[in-house]
Each structure stands twice: as structure tokens, then as C-alpha cells.
Design a protein around this ligand. Structure first.
Ligand code: HEM
Length: 340
């Protein structure tokens, strides 16, 4: 006769089998020692970790305000490649590190993370991971650009891996809505997260490099190449006057007319055809994402809609959970750009 798992083992572990609360405690203990992320992970091991990082980010932002959006972008680029594991920070000698992939074009702020790490190492050596510093820095960058203040769970460890090709998986300005959705889904994030996190483009700028194809080399429905036909004519002239053919370096705001304010204007711009990069425009090409964009940017959304600031913060926390390494896996690097 078949015996249940419980009954077959009950003679060996009678006390545990008959005490569900003991099981629960054991599971919780295993969970914690296995290194679950938690808010205030360093509160005992390095109580000044978060304030030290915040001070470095504040100082960096005061010296160069454009570094704050760059630090927010950096978390996206770390988390979407192998998870939030600091892999993007590794510098390779032979141009074969993850960071050397073209998908990380224009990525900045790595030296700010290294600076924060140096300060944190000075107060508690070998305790705080670079992966956590990336997430803390992005959180602080959001707050310092006028976005929400929020807690982020920590306890990540750093990877021992950095591969050039791993970054091929990153979303791209040429991605249509299906590609964007599936890349987010592959990381456990849904359409709402896709819209909310892309709304990070409420701050910061893009290089004309990322507009060249949209303005001058877009595949047209009837064949041939030209400008993305969904761009309203007046806006197209404006973009072309800012980004001439072959201009890769001029920078323009991602959130036209509101780049200095952390708000939902980026979503209104996307709704009204004023998305600057193609992947932002793509969010208005699919019912599921259109509904999310509308819910945060409609006329009455300020009164009746979902609460953007809180939802954005929650989405950042969800992104921060992608593929984390915890517990005794990985390592806490001494220097963020090098494996130990
Ligand atoms: C959905 C896919 C996404 C694509 C294709 C994309 C693409 C881009 C591109 C091309 C730029 C301009 C980079 C430059 O020229 O320096 C940019 C900037 C930026 N991205 Fe994204 N992005 C995406 C999602 C995200 C997410 C999820 C975040 C963060 C939550 C984010 C945050 C930012 C920020 C803050 C900037 C401004 C950076 C600066 O001013 O230096 N992006 N993004």
C-alpha cells in the first residue's frame, strides 16, 4: 500500500511531523540564513551603510545633476543582465566584460558607485555588496531628482561572472512592444512594471545616437526607409532639427518639456505622440500597455487614478529582486570593478 511522505517518515521525526509551527520556524530560519533580501539588512553589520551611500550620491548629484538619472539607469542595466548582481561594474582587460557590450552604450555612474564603495569599505570592510550599492544609489537618485523616497531591501551578493554576450538580452530602442513585454516577462515583470519603469524616462536625456534610425532609417510599411510615420509632423521637424543625420552625441530630454520634474508627464508625452525614443513610443502600440499609460496620465488620473509615485517605487523594488544572489553564494567584492 502506498504510504504518504509524512507517515513514512513519522517514525524518524515524530516531534517535527506533529508540530507544524516548528516546521514553520525551521523554514523561516533556513530562509533567513539562506539570505533573503530584507529592508535594513545592514542595520547591525554596517549601520551607516545606507547613509554613507546617500551622502556620496547627494554630493555627486550636487557636482553634476546629470549623474542622478544615469545612476537610475544603471540599476536597470545591472538587474536586466543576469540579475542585480553588480556584474555590470566589472571591468575586463580584453573588452569582453559585460559592460563592453554595445547595449550598455552611454552608461555612466560606475565611478560614483566605486566611490561609494570606497567610503563604505572605510567604515565596514567586506560587508556591503556592490550590487546593493547600485540599488541604493538608484533609490537615492530617484529621491534626489524629486521622486518618491522609499525603502529598498538589501542583502544581495556580487556575482563572480561578467560575460560580454550576456548583455545582448537587454531591451533596445528598436524593440517593438512584443519584444519589450517578453524581455520584461523573462525577468518576472509584467506590462504594468514595463510602463512604470519606463516612466523613469521622466528624468534624464538621450544621445541622438538612439534616434538616428527612428528619424532617418526607419523601415517604412510600403518598403524603403525614412522617418517613423507615427511621429507627428511638427515633432518630427523638431527632433530632426536637434539631431541631424550622423549626429550621435547631442543630447535631448527624454521627457519633452518636463525633464527637470519627476512626474507622469513622460506618460502623457507617450500618449500624445511625443515619445522621443522608439521603445517609449512602442508602449502606446498595445492595448495592455495603453491601458496602463492611460491610467497614470489621463485627465482624471491625478484624482482617481493609481498612485504613480508609490507604484513606481514598488516597481523599482520588484526590479531590484531580479536574479539576486544571496546567502553564501557569490561574494562581497572589495572593489566593485574587480572580482576578489
Ligand atoms: C524599456 C526598455 C528601455 C529602453 C529600450 C531604454 C533605453 C534608453 C536609452 C536609449 C537611453 C539614452 C541613453 C543615453 O543616451 O545615455 C535611456 C536613458 C535612460 N533610461 Fe532607459 N530604457 C529602458 C528602460 C529603462 C528603465 C527600466 C529604467 C529605470 C527604471 C530606465 C532609466 C533611464 C534613465 C533614468 C535614463 C536617462 C539617463 C541619463 O540621463 O544619463 N530606462 N534609456
Amino acid at each position: 500500500m502506498a504510504r504518504s511522505w509524512c507517515s513514512s517518515r513519522s517514525s524518524n521525526v515524530p516531534a517535527l511531523a506533529h508540530a507544524p509551527s516548528l516546521w514553520l520556524m525551521l523554514l523561516l530560519l533556513v530562509g533567513l540564513s539562506d539570505g533573503q533580501l530584507q529592508v535594513g539588512f545592514y542595520s547591525k553589520s554596517c549601520p551607516d551603510a545606507e547613509s554613507t551611500v546617500a551622502a556620496v550620491i547627494r554630493q555627486a548629484g550636487a557636482a553634476d545633476p546629470t549623474i542622478l538619472p544615469a545612476l537610475l539607469r544603471l540599476q536597470f542595466h545591472d538587474c536586466f543582465v543576469r540579475g542585480c548582481d553588480g556584474s555590470v561594474l566589472i571591468k575586463g582587460g580584453n573588452k569582453n566584460a559585460e559592460v563592453d557590450n554595445n547595449k550598455h552604450q552611454g552608461l555612466r555612474g560606475l565611478e560614483v558607485i566605486e566611490g561609494a564603495k570606497t567610503q563604505v569599505e572605510a567604515v565596514c570592510p567586506g560587508v556591503v555588496s556592490c550590487a546593493d550599492i547600485v540599488v541604493l544609489a538608484a533609490r537615492d537618485a530617484v529621491t534626489f531628482t524629486g521622486g518618491p523616497s522609499f525603502d529598498v531591501p538589501t542583502g544581495r551578493r556580487d556575482s563572480k561572472v561578467s560575460n560580454l554576450r550576456d548583455a545582448d538580452a537587454l531591451p533596445d530602442v528598436h524593440d517593438g512592444i512584443d519584444a519589450l513585454r517578453s524581455k520584461f516577462r523573462a525577468n518576472g515583470l509584467d506590462e504594468k512594471d514595463l510602463v512604470l519603469l519606463t516612466a523613469a524616462h521622466t528624468v534624464g536625456t538621450t544621445a541622438c545616437f538612439f534616434l538616428q534610425d527612428r528619424l532617418y532609417n526607419f523601415p517604412l510599411p510600403g518598403g524603403g526607409r525614412g522617418s517613423d510615420p507615427t511621429i507627428p509632423p511638427g515633432f518630427l521637424s523638431e527632433l530632426k532639427s536637434r539631431c541631424a543625420p550622423g549626429d550621435f552625441n547631442t543630447r535631448l530630454a527624454l521627457d519633452r518639456g518636463s525633464e527637470g520634474v519627476f512626474d507622469t508627464s513622460i506618460l502623457r508625452n507617450i500618449r500624445n505622440g511625443f515619445a522621443v525614443i522608439g521603445s517609449d513610443a512602442a508602449l502606446y502600440n498595445d492595448t495592455a500597455t495603453v491601458d496602463v499609460v492611460d491610467s497614470y496620465s489621463g485627465l482624471l488620473s491625478n484624482f482617481f487614478g493609481p498612485y504613480f509615485r508609490q507604484d513606481f517605487a514598488d516597481a523599482m523594488v520588484r526590479m531590484g529582486r531580479i536574479g539576486v544572489i544571496t546567502g553564501s553564494n557569490g561574494e562581497v567584492r572589495k572593489v566593485c570593478s574587480k572580482f576578489n
